[in-house]
Ligand binder design. Structure first.
Ligand SMILES: O=C(O)c1cc(=O)[nH]c(=O)n1[C@@H]1O[C@H](COP(=O)(O)O)[C@@H](O)[C@H]1O
Length: 238
C-alpha cells in the first residue's frame, strides 16, 4: 500500500488553513485538524474540508475516563471525519469504548465509520522524557506494548514514530500506522525527537505520514509538499 501524506493544519485561523488546502488541491487529499485549529475554528473547519471533498483527520487525542471518551468519540464520529485519535495511555477499557463509540456515532449520523488510532508515545518524547514519567523501558518496548493493547481493544491502529514500525511484525493486519515526526533531510527538527525522512517512513511501510512545519513554513509550500510526495514514492521503491 502506498504511504499517504497528511498535512497538519496547525494554523491560528480557518482562513489560513483553507488557503493552504486550496493551494494543495491537486496534490494532497488528507488534512489534520488538531487542537489549535479546532479550538479557534470549531466544527466549521470540518464542514469546510468536507465541502472540498478532502479527507479529515480529527486529532484531539482523547484521554479521559472510558465513559467520557465514549461520548466524545461518538460526537466526533458523527461529524463524518475519516480518522481520529485517542491516547493509548487511557488504557484498554477506554480504547474499547472508543472503538464501540465510533461505530455508534457514525451509524446514528448515517456516515462512514472513522478509522480510530491510539497515540502510543508522542514523537516529541525520547527515552529520558519517558523515564521521567515512569516508563523506564524506552519507546522500543513501550510503543509495541501499547500497539498490541490498542489492537486487542479493537482499534484500527496507532500513531507512532516511523522508527518503531519494524517492531510491529507480530501484530495482525489490518493495522493502520500514522507517523508524525517527519523531517526531510536537513530540515529543523524543532520539538520532535524520534524523526525520520519521508522516504525512510515509506520504506518502513507507514500507512500515513503527518507533516506540518516542513510544508507550512516552507517558502513554497506546494513545492515542499510535492517534494515530500516524490520522496515517498522513491522510498517505496527501496
Ligand atoms: O497525533 C499526532 O498527529 C501527533 C502525535 C505525535 O506523537 N507527534 C506529533 O507530532 N503529532 C502531530 O503531528 C504534527 C507534527 O507537526 P510538525 O512537527 O510541524 O511536522 C503536529 O500537528 C502534532 O500534533
Amino acid at each position: 500500500m502506498a504511504t499517504e501524506l497528511i498535512v497538519a493544519l496547525d494554523f491560528d485561523t480557518a482562513e489560513e488553513a483553507l488557503a493552504l488546502v486550496d493551494d494543495l488541491k491537486d496534490d494532497v487529499r488528507w488534512y489534520k485538524v488538531g487542537l489549535e485549529l479546532y479550538l479557534n475554528s470549531g466544527g466549521r473547519i470540518l464542514s469546510e474540508l468536507k465541502m472540498r471533498r478532502r479527507k479529515v483527520f480529527l486529532d484531539l487525542k482523547f484521554h479521559d475516563i472510558p465513559n467520557t471518551v465514549h461520548q466524545a468519540v461518538r460526537w466526533a464520529a458523527g461529524t463524518g471525519v475519516d480518522l481520529l485519535t485517542v491516547h493509548a495511555l487511557g488504557g484498554a477499557d477506554m480504547m474499547q469504548r472508543a472503538a464501540e463509540a465510533a461505530k455508534e456515532g457514525a451509524e446514528a449520523a448515517g456516515v462512514t465509520v472513522p478509522t480510530v488510532v491510539a497515540v502510543t508515545v508522542l514523537t516529541s518524547m525520547d527515552q529520558a522524557g519517558l523515564a521521567a514519567i515512569g516508563i523506564p523501558d524506552g519507546p522500543e518496548k513501550a510503543v509495541p506494548r501499547l500497539a498490541k493493547l490498542a489492537k486487542a481493544a479493537g482499534l484500527d491502529g496507532v500513531v507512532c514514530s516511523g522508527r518503531e514500525l519494524p517492531l510491529f511484525k507480530d501484530i495482525p493486519q489490518p493495522f493502520v500506522t500514522v507517523c508524525p515526526g517527519i523531517r526531510p533531510k536537513g530540515a529543523d527538527t524543532g520539538d520532535q525527537s524520534r524523526v525520520l525522512t519521508p522516504a525512510e517512513a515509506a520504506q518502513k511501510g507507514a500507512s500515513f505520514i503527518v507533516v506540518g512545519r516542513p510544508i507550512r513554513q516552507a517558502a513554497d509550500p506546494v513545492q515542499a509538499a510535492r517534494q515530500i510526495l516524490q520522496d515517498l514514492r522513491e522510498g517505496e521503491q527501496k
